[in-house]
Ligand binder design. Structure first.
Ligand code: FAD
Ligand code: A2P
Length: 380
């Protein structure tokens, strides 16, 4: 019955109702999948469904000028989550964390990805609300190796879902976690005893496991929503894509009555290879459904070469579009950087070179961008 309801709502172009009951969720997702003939609205991306066709891989995707009929959006609740004027902050602290429950853990990279990344859904029962762009802290079980007797230190993870969560009911949070694997520098072999404590714990966790969380934390990556027609340029390496998944779901997937996005979201993603692409299925769907509002450019460092013959990094993609990016920044666009700390020097160098070629001072431009709150950085 719920299948049929969901299907008829979708075909009429209305929003899709999703209940909070688990069995209803499953059946509604199934119906959506059948109707949309892809799985991009599913809460997680099963490995076998990742796009591996090479589409989007060798050239950038530029938005087309064809106006698309608006795609059906998913109804979310409780809408009160959109009422607050200030973001929630540090509701739970390391001394008194919230005990949440793992809902699912899915490996979301293909077999040839150099490393493992998991999409983890956590049930917080609506008790640890957050806004898109914030992070949760996770306290892994066990003793702090540096302080015997004390619990492990908290680790931060960017939230990869919207405030409504992957089940659209405001009760879950999703994280995108890369397992920190330690390779012995002499043998080059993995030494699991030195692998990262928290990322291993998270990627090994099972549905039903309890997990201690803190937060939500952070304001720097909040999506400014005062102007729904603004431009947002989002730059990520690896798991740095997490906050952007949240932004983009809010912009293009969810029916949020108080936020109707009509601007431009431009995502630049740097990952190792095709198998390392994260959430590609849902981003590709936005490109199809909202070609005037979404752009998506990918640098595959181990498959593409830059114009100097080196690895294609995300900053090389930025350089390719630097004229447009500078114009958008001059027009007030927000620019976000999230992911590897190591990307920032290369990105700054690229932007400085471009500015100089344009006869501008990068230092002045950067300080203006910071002053105008257009510059958002979260790297780790
Ligand atoms: P740790 O146990 O802290 O170890 C760190 C590193 O040291 C590992 O690489 C490990 O292999 C190595 N190591 C451990 N023991 C030894 C040893 N004896 N000798 C040599 N090396 C050793 N990460 C994500 O995956 N996704 C996110 O979305 C994300 N968001 C973040 C947001 C913010 C704001 C910040 C600050 C960080 C974020 N991180 C994210 C990083 C995350 O917080 C952790 O730092 C990361 O998961 C590693 O933690 P860990 O406990 O697994 O590793
Ligand atoms: P590489 O590892 O080939 O040198 P992933 O999580 O899939 O590994 O993605 C991280 C991406 O960031 C990879 O493509 C990685 O390239 C790339 N990367 C590594 N160092 C830098 C850097 N200094 N600047 C920009 N990108 C980087």
């Amino acid at each position: 019955m719920s299948h049929l309801m969901a299907l008829s709502q979708v075909s009429l172009g209305a929003t899709v109702s999703v209940g909070s009951d688990a069995s209803l969720r499953r059946s509604v997702f199934k119906a959506q999948n059948v109707n949309f003939s892809d799985k991009s609205w599913a809460p997680v991306l099963p490995l076998d469904l990742k796009t591996k066709s090479g589409r989007l891989r060798n050239k950038s995707v530029v938005c087309m000028s064809v106006q698309q009929a608006s795609a059906p959006k998913v109804a979310v609740s409780p809408l009160e989550l959109d009422n607050a004027t200030e973001p929630p902050l540090n509701i739970y602290k390391p001394k008194e964390p919230y005990t949440a429950t793992i809902v699912s853990v899915e490996r979301i990279v293909g077999p040839k990805a150099p490393g493992e990344t998991c999409h983890i859904v956590i049930d917080h029962g609506g008790n640890v609300p957050y806004w898109e762009g914030q992070s949760y802290g996770v306290i892994p079980p066990g003793e702090n190796p540096k302080k015997p007797g004390a619990p492990n230190n908290v680790r931060l993870y960017s939230i990869a879902s919207t405030r409504y969560g992957d089940y659209f009911d405001g009760k879950t949070t999703s994280l995108c976690v890369r397992r920190a694997v330690y390779y012995d520098p002499e043998t080059g072999k993995e030494d699991p005893s030195k692998n990262g404590v928290c990322s291993n714990y998270l990627c090994n966790s099972k549905p039903g496991d309890k997990i201690k969380i803190t937060g939500p934390a952070g304001k720097i990556m909040l999506l400014p929503e005062d102007n729904p027609n603004a431009t947002h340029i989002m730059i990520a390496t690896g798991t740095g894509v997490a906050p952007y998944r949240g932004y983009l779901r809010r912009m293009f997937m969810e029916a949020v009555p108080t936020f109707k996005f009509g601007g431009l979201a431009w995502l630049f993603l740097g990952v190792a290879n095709t198998d390392s692409l994260l959430y590609d299925e849902e981003f590709s769907k936005y490109l199809k459904d909202y070609p005037d509002n979404f752009r998506y450019d990918i640098a595959l460092s181990r498959e593409h070469k830059n114009k100097r013959g080196g690895k294609m990094y995300v900053q090389d993609k930025i350089e390719e579009y630097s004229d447009e990016i500078f114009k958008l920044l001059d027009g007030g666009a927000h620019i976000y950087f999230c992911g590897l700390k190591g990307m920032m020097p290369g990105i700054q160098e690229t932007l400085k070179r471009v500015a100089e070629e344009r006869g501008e001072s990068w230092e002045e431009k950067l300080s203006q961008l910071k002053k105008n709150k257009q510059w958002h950085v979260e790297v780790y």
